[in-house]
Design a protein around this ligand. Structure first.
Ligand code: NDP
Length: 297
C-alpha cells in the first residue's frame, strides 16, 4: 500500500475543536449561543442514530440543541407549522429536517419552507442557486467536509482534474460545484457514463458518491491521485456478521492512489463536524459578526 490515509476522524475532531473555541468566544464577547434544531419524523432506526449523535456533538461544542421527534403519522401541515415556529425563533440559528421523510410528505416543499439562512443542510433551493452562482450560501455538509479534507491534503486545487461519481442533489452535484469553485476541471459521472474506468483514469481527484460497495477499482485510478470515498455500505463478512465499506475498493485503490480516505473514519465524521460549523456560521451571519475562518467554503 503506497497511499497516505487521510484521517477524516482526526480532522473532524479538529473542526469540532475550532467550532467549540469560536462558540466560547461568541458567548464571552457577545452573549450569543448558536442553536440547532433537528426535526425527526417517524422511527427510522438509522435516522434516530444520526439525530442522537448530532444532538450530542452539538452540546459538546457548547451550542444549544433542540430535538423535535414527531410521530410518523404527523401531517405535512403540522410539520410546516413547526418549521414556521423555528424560523421565527431567534435562539435557533440552524434547522435540520432529517431525511428521508414519510411517503405522505413532499420533501422539496418541506425543505423549501426552512428559512434559507437557517438551512444548515444547504438543501433549500435558494442555497442551491447561490452555490451554483458562486455566492455566499449554506453548503451541504458532506461535500463541504470532502472539500475541507482535499484543501488540507492538497493545498490549492486550482487546475486539477476532478471526477465526481454520482449526481445526487445531496452529494454529487454540490461537490462538483465546490470543486469548480476551487478552479478544478470537473467531470460528473453517473450510471449512464460510458467507460467509467477510462473517465476516472483522467482524474487527479476522484470523489466516489455512488452507493455501490467497493465499485471503484485500483486499476481505474491514476497513480498518485487523491481518492475521497463518500460511500457508506454495510456488507456481509464471509465469516459472518457485517462490516462497513466505501464505494471504492480500498485495498486496490490504496496501491495506486497518492492518498485515500478510509471507510469508516474518512468522510463520515466530517459530515456532523460540518453541520456544527454551518450552525456557527449561520449564527455569525444572523448577528452580522465575522464568520469563522476555514469553516466555510
Ligand atoms: P444516490 O443514490 O442519491 O446517488 C447515487 C449516484 O450514483 C447517482 O447519481 C447514480 O447515477 C450514481 N450511480 C449509481 N450506480 C452507478 C454506476 N454503476 N456507475 C456510475 N454511477 C452510478 O446516493 P447519495 O448521493 O445520496 O449517496 C452516495 C453514497 O454516499 C451512498 O453510499 C451514501 O450512503 C453515502 N453518503 C455518505 C454520507 C456521509 O456522511 N459520509 C452522506 C450522504 C451519503 P444516476 O443519477 O444515473 O442514477
Amino acid at each position: 500500500m503506497g497511499a497516505t490515509i487521510i484521517d477524516g476522524k482526526g480532522f473532524a475532531a479538529t473542526v469540532r475543536e475550532k467550532v467549540a473555541a469560536h462558540v466560547a468566544a461568541l458567548q464571552r464577547d457577545h452573549g450569543l449561543t448558536p442553536g440547532l434544531a433537528v426535526v425527526l419524523v417517524g422511527e427510522d432506526p438509522a435516522s434516530q442514530v444520526y439525530v442522537r449523535s448530532k444532538g450530542k456533538q452539538t452540546v459538546e461544542a457548547g451550542m444549544k440543541s433542540v430535538e423535535h421527534k414527531l410521530d410518523a403519522a404527523t401531517s405535512e401541515a403540522d410539520l410546516l407549522a413547526l418549521i414556521a415556529q423555528l424560523n421565527a425563533d431567534p435562539t435557533i440559528h440552524g434547522i435540520l429536517v432529517q431525511l428521508p421523510l414519510p411517503k405522505h410528505m413532499n420533501e422539496a416543499l418541506v425543505i423549501n419552507a426552512i428559512d434559507p439562512a437557517k438551512d444548515v443542510d444547504g438543501f433549500h433551493i435558494s442555497n442551491v442557486g447561490l452555490l451554483g452562482t458562486g455566492q455566499k450560501s449554506m453548503v451541504p455538509c458532506t461535500p463541504l467536509g470532502c472539500l475541507m479534507l482535499l484543501r488540507d491534503h492538497l493545498g490549492s486545487l486550482s487546475g486539477l482534474d476532478a471526477v465526481v461519481i454520482g449526481r445526487s442533489n445531496i452529494v454529487g452535484k454540490p461537490m462538483a460545484q465546490l470543486l469548480l469553485g476551487d478552479s478544478c476541471t470537473v467531470t460528473i459521472a453517473h450510471s449512464r457514463t460510458r467507460d467509467l474506468p477510462e473517465v476516472v483514469r483522467r482524474a487527479d481527484i476522484v470523489v466516489a458518491a455512488v452507493g455501490r460497495p467497493q465499485m471503484v477499482q485500483g486499476s481505474w485510478i491514476k497513480p498518485g491521485a487523491t481518492v475521497i470515498d463518500v460511500g457508506i455500505n454495510r456488507i456481509e463478512k464471509p465469516e459472518g456478521g457485517t462490516r462497513l465499506v466505501g464505494d471504492a475498493d480500498f485495498d486496490s485503490c490504496a496501491e495506486v492512489a497518492g492518498a485515500i480516505t478510509p471507510v469508516p473514519g474518512g468522510v463520515g465524521p466530517m459530515t456532523i463536524a460540518c453541520l456544527l460549523a454551518n450552525t456557527l456560521t449561520a449564527c455569525c451571519r444572523a448577528n452580522d459578526l465575522p464568520e469563522p475562518e476555514g469553516l466555510t467554503a
